[in-house]
Unconditional design. Structure first.
Length: 582
């Protein structure tokens, strides 16, 4: 008695229980679109219908303008292992398991439409009943079938293939998605990040991805290539020279295939102080999610994260300068690229997800990167130490943190500026105002928070130094009963130079110069406090008329302060000529 190699009806139940994530499943469908030479690929997610308060995905459509499939290929596209690209090492598919496995895992109603330039639209479908007794185990022949207009209108012209709108492409529709419990809005956000990072090199090669009609932007874990990202004008990271070496394809191979390792150190302005990972501009660039190594197979990411047990050193190792679990490693990037001939060495499975090098190769890679990574970590720590040293300068009396180098200026202002209702105050509740202020002053200790509250409640005018990577040199929090809390950004070039002068003067053996250090601080403080007081005569309710003026004033002030400070040491004063001209 013969026996089928696979029991299709029960195999489906097993595939439904696989650990394939929804993002890896989306990637499998997108792989097919990319390999079909599509240059515009749309993902359309729709909410599940019903009255549930938990909004989840119910339907997903994947639409591309690639070469499409004729009926002979289309009928096989939902059959596991029936790929036309078996063991193709030139593309990003290989095993013929991607679309069937991804679809079966995610939903119970699957339909695929496709059209080549010379054919009409046809479709095949698969319905999962959940019962092996009633489950069909064959795919019916494709039928002539025009896709719904909401999908068809997204099949755009393809310049590379010289096709017009709707002339060729493939549409995959998943209905009755029942194995995804991620809240809908979060799913959209995380899918956007997944596509932007996983398919970044295709985006740079002019393939456009759209998620619910929004263009997906590239995300480079090296933070070097800013093209097609949300922050194209960002300063690029510092790249280390590429590390390349060959690795044998199999035991009989004497030449091997090339592996390239690219390392980078993120720009200093993103990591000015310890704890910068919580800053808004860091989160906007997903650097807070940066988690180590990106592995690229034929330009498509197949792994992203901190290597675990498969790596030659345990997570507790410090051969990277700090424990591999330490968030300091978010400030460098590592991209490892290989071609599909080395799939066995990178333990690539049918779903191309979570692929890490085998032990011997992982050891070789770690040996090549650990010294560079350690130097990167030391450089990050050096910058943080300098920031900490600068922060220590702002406290004159460590035992009394409410007394700083600005205290004399605050005393003068508090004695001499009459109390007046502040028309610029936006937040009238003191507790709420303090909470908002603490958001602008991250990483404070409990004692620093207590000192902040004392200063806020007992002084009309207070000045606080912080290090912020943004290019402003002061911020003003107006208080409802008069006065203001003024924040100096000591990372701004103006304050960097000022602090340097203050430090040199205050450490001088000449007592007169030490006195001048505080006089210099008082002059600058009083100038800025005077400006702050002048602002308070504006009425916040009339800001429609004045906001642009004030914004431009502060912005231009900061820009000129930066550029002029850069020139402060470039002018030579000719004392003789100046004396003759008098």
């Amino acid at each position: 008695m013969s026996q089928p190699l696979f029991e299709a009806k029960t195999l489906i139940q097993s595939l439904r229980k696989s650990k394939l994530t929804c993002f890896a499943a989306y990637g499998e469908v997108l792989d097919n679109s990319v390999q079909a030479e599509a240059d515009k690929i749309f993902l359309q997610f729709e909410e599940k219908k019903g009255n549930s308060k938990k909004i989840r995905i119910g339907t997903a459509g994947f639409i591309d303008n690639g070469i499409g499939m004729d009926v002979d290929v289309l009928v096989r596209c939902l059959a596991s292992g029936a790929s036309t690209r078996h063991f193709d090492v030139g593309g990003i598919g290989k095993f013929g398991m991607g679309l069937p496995t991804a679809s079966i895992k995610q939903c119970t109603d699957i339909k695929v439409y496709s059209k080549t330039k010379d054919s009409k639209w046809h479709s095949v479908s698969l319905i999962l009943t959940g019962d092996p007794e009633t489950q069909k185990d064959i795919i019916d022949e494709p039928i002539e079938d025009t896709p719904p207009d909401k999908y068809l209108k997204k099949v755009k012209a393809n310049k590379k293939l010289s096709t017009k709108d709707g002339e060729s492409g493939t549409i995959v529709v998943w209905k009755e998605i029942d194995q995804n419990d991620i809240p809908f809005e979060r799913l959209i956000s995380e899918t956007d990040v997944y596509i932007g990072r996983t398919f970044r090199k295709f985006i740079w090669n002019q393939v456009e991805f759209y998620l619910n009609d929004e263009l997906v932007r590239a995300i480079d874990p090296l933070y070097y290539n800013t093209e097609c990202t949300r922050f194209s004008d960002d300063e690029r990271s510092i790249l280390y020279d590429p590390i390349t070496f060959n690795w044998p394809v199999d035991e009989y191979d004497d030449v091997g295939a090339e592996i390239t390792i690219q390392l980078s150190l993120l720009p200093e302005w993103l990591r000015p102080t310890k704890g910068s990972g919580g800053n808004q501009n860091v989160k906007e660039r997903y650097i807070d999610q940066n988690s180590g190594i990106s592995i690229m197979r034929n330009d498509r990411e197949v792994y992203y994260g901190v290597p675990g047990k498969k790596w030659p050193r345990p997570l507790g190792s410090t051969d990277w300068g700090e424990l591999r679990s330490n968030p300091i490693h978010r400030w460098w990037g590592c991209e490892i690229s290989f071609d599909a001939r080395l799939d066995d060495s990178f333990d690539v499975e049918y779903n191309k997800y979570g692929s890490l090098p085998v032990s011997e190769l992982a050891t070789a890679i770690n040996d090549k990167i650990k010294a560079v990574v350690k130097r990167y970590v030391q450089e990050v720590q050096r910058v943080w130490k300098e920031a900490d040293d600068a922060k220590k300068l702002v406290i004159d009396d460590p035992k009394n943190p409410t007394r700083t180098r600005h205290s004399a200026s605050e005393d003068i202002a508090n004695r001499n500026i009459p109390t007046k209702k502040n028309l610029m105050a936006q937040i009238l509740d003191t507790a709420k105002h303090l909470n908002e202020l603490k958001k602008k002053l991250p990483n404070m200790s409990k004692s620093e928070e207590a000192a902040l509250r004392v200063k806020f409640e007992t002084e009309k005018y207070s000045i606080k130094d912080i290090a912020d990577p943004s290019n402003y040199f002061m911020d003003i929090e107006h208080k409802k009963n008069g006065g203001a809390f003024i924040i100096y950004n000591i990372s701004h070039p103006f304050h960097v130079v000022l602090l340097d002068i203050y430090k040199r003067l205050s450490e001088s053996e000449d007592s007169a110069l030490r006195d001048d250090a505080l006089r210099l601080v008082k002059l600058i403080d009083l100038l800025l406090i005077s400006y702050t007081r002048a602002e308070q005569d504006f009425n916040a309710q009339d800001m429609v008329k004045t906001e642009l003026l004030l914004t431009n004033l502060k912005s231009t002030w900061a820009q000129f302060a930066s550029s002029l400070v850069d020139e402060i040491d470039s002018v030579d004063i000719d004392k003789d000529s100046s004396s003759k001209s008098r």
